[in-house]
Design a binder for this molecule. Sequence first.
Ligand code: ADP
Ligand code: MG
Length: 724
Amino acid sequence: MATFRERALAVASSRDVKRHCVEDGPISTYFGQNVFALETMRRYMSDAAFQSILRARKTGNKIDRSMAEEIASGMKSWAKELGATHYTHLFQPLTGSTAEKHEAFLSFQDGKAIEHFKGSALVQQEPDASSFPNGGLRNTFEARGYTAWDPHSPAFILDGTLCIPSVFVSYTGEALDMKVPNLRSIQALDAAATTVARLFEPEVKHVSVNVGLEQEYFLVDEALYNARPDLQLCGRTVIGHTSAKDQQLSDHYFGAIPSRVAVFMKDFETEAYKLGIPLQTRHNEVAPNQFECAPVFSDITTAVDQNMLLMIVMQKVAQKHHLKVIFHEKPFQGINGSGKHCNWSMQTDTGINLLSPGTTPEKNLRFLAFYTSVLHAVRQHESLLMASVCSLNNSYRLGGHEAPPAVMSVFSGSTLDRVFKGILQKEGAAQEAELRRSIDLMSSLPEIIPDNTDRNRTSPFAFTGNRFEFRALGSSANAAQATFVLNSAVAESLRAFSSQVQALVKQGETQDQAIIDVVRSFLEEAAPVMFEGNGYSAEWQQEAVLRGLTPVTNVPKAFQAFLKPSSIALFTETKVLSVPEIKARVEVQEETYVKKLQIEARILGDICLNHVIPAAVSYQNVLIRNIQGSKDIFGDEYATLCKADVDTCRKIAGYINALSADVQALVDVRKKANRITDMSERAYAYSTEVMDAMSRVRASADQLEMLVDDALWPLPKYRELLFF
Ligand code: ADP
Ligand code: MG
């Protein structure tokens, strides 16, 4: 009988390539057709109701109940016209993915079925949802959880269901999701950044954050995926020998997109466009069968929500193509993993990108104020920022030579670096005029910047001309976890910036002089985190420690950065998270880490005992039959004739014995770890003892893959998974 792998390979190689989501005409004709966007809303409600949504978006004003009734009715009419029968609050619990519970628009009037959607149902739901991780925030008898409409992000229709982007909070108002802290951090940043922006332009009323998320992913044929229990259950391979060829030649990177993939891309892009996701870029990534897409940036809430939606849409469309999208950060050992680069900038309501160097000294002073506040923020919270991207999945990638290093630093580029050195060298006795001259230099920046954005790919946080690119986020992560930390940290630094400027002005300095002084002191403070060199080098790892930075050497330990006094002060002062909320998040992260690793360890043991060892024994039997047969025919000459087979047989026996003992040892350390009651300590034991035991198991399994007859090997190999 053919192995599962052989059958899967046969199926995978006979796929036809065809489009499923065909839309006629240019993208602009169907872009956003399934979104209840502002222009659409206007047609379905009174001006008063429409204005109340605009106010809620701009200033966070609450929408009152009568308006909500009207908005719900408009939303329902629109959704009904597009064939929607159900609605759901779509929220983002601490699992890192999205959650939905559908309700029909169904009600009865005088015994007759009608479509019905009340304002109260739009605004608030109580989906119970008590099984989501909550870190102890819902362990009392008052364990209700509520979802509430977030008007910052538009509602849309997916698979005949009206989806309403929502927050998820506990009965007592604590955040149980990723969205709430992000929204709070945006408010904190708005307030702090507006105060600083007004030093330069008094008309500024609000500052918002723009984000563009680049999404990397792998594609694997569905049949091959289904023949790998590890991919199915963990999203990554827990064993697998490297392929003779993978990414050494860099021939996949930016290469011609395989037809099957190109057709899939067109299909998911079409669905994404209908949902208003402005996808712009697509290309092959470095690893074989690894790809990337990126939308045009938008306001942070929309960008994060749309990224979550995009991941759902890609999975759904992939099904039609018999493909699986793998968002895991490190599906294959030995080749590049996937990230989600977060391009981040701040913009005033008067339309100015605050991270864009200007053409005049005044504009450049503003740029320097905001730029150095970000530097300062990264310096103050470097370990927290790293912690914000840490997870089990990302731990397989961080610190490797393909992904951002495990220590935080900022790359500014040589031009800015020179400007900063100039500013710093004018210490103490600096004359304002001289400083002005040095800043004047900056007026040449717009011309110089484009060359300068030849970015440093080894930096986790790089300036790319008019924005920062936080490059350490994991591909499967909800980006909000990193952005709420970044927003909060920058808000704190901007607050410090304006209060220090105020203090200097009170002491009699001119405002410009005060700003230059604070810029300089922020630059001095941020010095340890500013690094222009190779972030992957061993020297940098050592130097970073000497500079007082904290590389992530262990992920569960890194989570503790959330509990540092400086982090608690940050979150409580910006009102982004309360102390119980912070503690709950750490607990959820630790628990998730343990559970995910437990699943990986189990599946590894299962695969080795039930797939690998039986295949190895089968092949051993083939060899033994051959050896025995040779002996029968050739007598003592068999020893020379079958030397290779005897050697292989011995090697296989050695690996089988090692494998079986190592799987048992893995079970033992796991059980031992499970007895540890303190969650931080248990997570630590998993990250050390359990992971070490897993590596030992894998080593023998991967050796066996190289020894056993290819026809008997049951699991699709890397070379089969990685090339279409
Ligand atoms: P690269 O891979 O070269 O970094 P991509 O085109 O893949 O570039 O992605 C860049 C992302 O940065 C896009 O989503 C883009 O819209 C976004 N972006 C551009 N300008 C800004 C900005 N000012 N603020 C935030 N994001 C931005
Ligand atoms: Mg890119």
